[in-house]
Write a new protein. Structure first.
Length: 179
């Protein structure tokens, strides 16, 4: 296996054979190295610096891809996470460590419009998903306190939440296109 294409095909075949799960042992078998050799390689300072340089280069490519999109990314994912978990706070806790460093990197480490838009995207998406989710604690408590049918309450919240989400998306689009 000398070419990258052959290695890629070997990995695809191994993934298909193992239900899309590869362990370190599987990867070592594919690469033809022992696990102890792999772990020694991981621990060596020279290889760590090489991996970090490759990671930085890959991260720069990701940043470039985000810079040229023209609009704020990630909103859909935030809505989905919040909707499925039923908690806006949990979604915020998941997304801030992912999106905030990316926004700071894109803005050159300064608090700029990009960072503010990213934070607004996180907060807005988390709140939107929380209000639209039938398993959200705030939605359940609201319908119980009002004495209304729970699903009816969820359906009556949707027009308001969708209107706010549409206005927010238009705002994010304007910010993304003017940066």
């Amino acid at each position: 296996m000398d070419s990258a294409g052959e290695r890629f095909e070997a990995i695809r075949a191994a993934l298909a054979d193992r239900n899309n799960i590869l362990t370190v042992k599987d990867l070592c078998e594919l690469a033809g190295v022992s696990r102890s050799g792999y772990y020694n390689w991981v621990r060596s300072e020279k290889n760590r610096e090489l991996r970090e340089a490759k990671d930085r280069a890959a991260f720069e490519q990701i940043l470039e891809a985000y810079r040229f999109r023209g609009y704020a990314k990630g909103v859909r994912g935030i809505h989905i996470i919040s909707f499925l978990t039923g908690t806006s706070w949990g979604t915020i806790a998941i997304m801030v460590p992912i999106i905030a460093p990316l926004a700071l990197s894109v803005s050159g480490g300064e608090l700029s419009t990009v960072v503010y838009a990213a934070v607004a995207t996180i907060l807005g998406g988390a709140t939107f998903g929380d209000h639209c989710s039938p398993i959200s604690n705030t939605t359940i408590l609201s319908s119980l306190a009002a004495g209304s049918d729970h699903i009816t309450h969820v359906k009556t919240q949707l027009p308001y939440a969708l209107t706010c989400a549409a206005i927010g998306c238009i705002g994010y689009l304007i910010i993304g296109l003017t940066l």
